[in-house]
Design a protein around this ligand. Structure first.
Ligand code: ADE
Ligand code: ZN
Length: 386
């Protein structure tokens, strides 16, 4: 994999004179210490300025299902090209089906959409479209989830899926300067044996993905069901993440930590129902990859103005903002940031900085890359000071 596009010399030069620099490098205390001293004049950043800052700032995206970036137009184009029949008459009819009542109602449509992906070129085209969109939002690093079982169950070879995604990733690195990593997710509504077979089938491509995750229908499928496959992935040196506490109870978050030994929790918003768990997540600086628009579309919260991100930040948690399935939930990562801050006036410029900075601290990259991106983030904030 290539190095990210940030040029540290340029970042240093663009830092305005007279503004004291932040200590370079990931700050392990950031998630714990909201009172940390920063050289940026946060209170004087106006609201319109802050929204622009959120758009302009470099950021990492750590929770994006690549199959959830498949826009309706591309679904129809691939369906036509591959002779796949869709249960929707048109792009508009498909879009009209995006009125979800819960996670399962979304997953039914999402798996139907993914059925048009057949060839290596299709996976490449889907991922390339996302990478271009992400670069437009100033994403500098992205860790994309993919669901191989959705495809292998239809007779698509594992190599077709991974080679197609990897080809787009390498092109994004060379043409867009985007840093890309892949995370293979197991579908939790299927058996652990199926997950074990999936991991085995992916091992010939071990160098093309950095971790494993757990997604799909959460209720009734606790993390403990996947203990052996996560242990095997850990032995293979893979990073570990899992969806937990999106619709499921705090006990699922605890099980993801204690049984699966994950390094990040995807969603995790229901942790607030268990104050001891919140204290533990803060103490362990366990990142939560939160997806605000997703949570509203899937009725986890009644509106963005009811989202619990302010409470999670106030509790000292290492929260990040992500898009989940942007083609289905009405927005990419910058839409998530901007709409969240528009809906929650209590979120401050300091919160914005923390969320962006957390995205780098929680990424599965080395400290040198984190330091470069953090420098760039600081430059952008400093340059926006009034
Ligand atoms: N797969 C795609 N999006 C998902 C989500 N939000 N939760 C669980 N599984 C998913
Ligand atoms: Zn997700």
């Amino acid at each position: 994999m290539q190095k990210p596009r940030i040029d540290s010399r340029r970042a240093r030069e663009s830092f305005p004179a007279g503004v004291r620099r932040l200590k370079v490098g990931p700050n392990p205390d950031l998630c714990l210490d909201p009172a940390m001293t920063l050289p940026i004049d946060f209170p004087h950043i106006s609201r319109p300025h802050l929204l622009q800052l959120l758009r302009d700032a470099p950021k990492a995206e750590l929770h994006i299902h690549i199959e959830g970036s498949l826009e309706p137009e591309l679904i129809f184009e691939l369906a036509r090209r591959n002779g796949v029949a869709l249960p929707y008459a048109s792009v508009d009819a498909l879009r009209q089906a995006y009125a979800f009542t819960n996670l399962q109602s979304f997953l039914d449509v999402y798996y139907a959409g993914a059925s048009v992906l057949i060839t290596e070129d299709d996976f490449d085209a889907m991922a390339w479209a996302y990478f271009r969109r992400a670069a437009h939002d100033n994403v500098v690093h992205t860790e994309i989830f993919f669901d191989p079982q959705t495809h292998t169950a239809r007779g698509i070879d594992m190599g077709v899926v991974i080679r197609g995604l990897d080809r787009a990733a390498r092109r994004a690195e060379s043409e867009l300067g985007l840093s890309v990593r892949l995370i293979l997710c197991f579908l939790r509504h299927l058996s652990e044996d199926d997950a074990l077979a999936t991991l085995a089938a992916a091992m010939p491509y071990r160098d093309r993905f950095i971790g494993v995750g757990l997604d799909s229908s959460e209720m009734g499928h606790p993390p403990g069901k996947f203990e052996r496959v996560f242990a095997r992935a850990r032995e293979a040196g893979l990073h570990l993440v899992a969806h937990a506490g999106e619709e499921g109870p705090p006990a699922y978050i605890r099980a993801a930590l204690d049984v699966l030994k994950v390094q990040r929790i995807d969603h995790g918003v229901r942790c607030v129902e268990d104050p001891e768990l919140v204290a533990r997540l803060a103490r362990e600086r366990m990142p939560l990859t939160v997806c605000p628009l997703s949570n509203v579309k899937l009725r986890v919260f009644d509106g963005l103005d009811r989202h619990n991100i302010p409470a999670l930040l106030a509790a000292g948690l290492c929260v990040t903002v992500n898009s989940d399935d942007p083609a289905y939930f009405g927005g990419y990562v910058n839409d998530n940031f901007v709409q969240l801050f528009e809906s929650l006036p209590q979120l401050t410029a300091r919160d914005a900085y923390a969320l962006l900075r957390n995205s780098f601290d929680a990424a599965f990259v080395d400290d040198e890359d984190k330091a470069l991106w953090t420098e760039e983030l600081d430059s952008v904030f400093a340059a926006h000071e009034p």
